[in-house]
Ligand binder design. Structure first.
Ligand SMILES: [Zn+2]
Ligand SMILES: [Zn+2]
Length: 245
């Protein structure tokens, strides 16, 4: 049981880190800069940690820009206001995400012009074979170490971990919680102690200050990722932009 829970939580937090740090705060919002070496390092980490549910960084960033531009209107790719359940919301999100990936939709050139792309990793991450190999690797760990069949529910989460995090954040972050800032949309701060999603459920704070690297704005709120971002800036792995602090 210890092995399975360790495997699950290490995978959970690595994936949540990649999504919040690299896909969201770096790719979509450009809150900080980094050298090509570190960019490739975190690109690769995103591929490895999301594994079978790898999200293509450039498509993720464009989808997310559309969310900010049209938050909680009919143009929003994933507003819970327009869906009866989280599954139908995520189905539309997937459809629009795929349209960005195929080039049917495109964010303005000014947004995508200098966006980092690593074609080799994108192709690897999007390959059905590679996705299935990740599923096989996760399953092998469960076959060897799972103490009962109930633990396979955790395996199902691990197989779709990227969209699973996204579904939770997009649904809850615009539906449940409290409001600190009048943003004109339905964004909420869901958890004062956002220990599972690395700050991502502070949607109301984030929509008010979309370029600010710290998603917590009140004394009792904890954006778990921000101290790490602060540290990476201090040791020169990244350079926080003035607008982000
Ligand atoms: Zn939002
Ligand atoms: Zn954002």
């Amino acid at each position: 049981m210890v092995v399975i829970l360790t495997f699950f939580f290490v995978h959970w937090y690595l994936s949540a880190f990649s999504q919040s740090f690299f896909l969201h705060r770096y790719m979509a919002h450009g809150m900080f800069k980094m050298s090509l070496f570190w960019e490739r390092f975190f690109y690769l980490l995103t591929f490895v940690s999301q594994g079978s549910s790898f999200l293509h960084p450039k498509s993720y960033a464009q989808l997310h820009l559309a969310h900010h531009m049209h938050s909680d209107t009919e143009e929003d790719p994933h507003s819970p206001l327009f869906f009866r359940d989280v599954f139908s919301m995520m189905w539309q999100t997937k459809t629009i995400y795929m349209e960005y990936q195929r080039g049917i939709r495109k964010a303005p050139d000014s947004f995508v012009a200098n966006m980092p792309v690593w074609g080799f990793v994108d192709r690897l991450g999007n390959s059905i074979l590679v996705r299935l190999l990740f599923v096989a690797a996760y399953t092998a760990v469960y076959v060897v170490f799972a103490p009962s069949v109930w633990f396979y529910l955790l395996l199902l989460i691990q197989i779709v971990i990227g969209p699973f995090h996204g579904a939770f954040i997009n649904w809850c972050g615009h539906k449940y919680g409290y409001v600190t800032h009048d943003t004109g949309d339905n964004s909420k701060n869901t958890f004062p102690l956002d220990l599972l999603f690395m700050g991502e459920t502070f949607q109301n704070n984030h929509h008010q200050y979309p370029n600010r690297a710290n998603f917590a704005t009140r004394w009792f709120e904890c954006d778990m990722l921000y101290p790490l971002i602060w540290l990476l800036d201090k040791v020169s792995v990244i350079q926080l932009k003035p607008k982000a602090v």
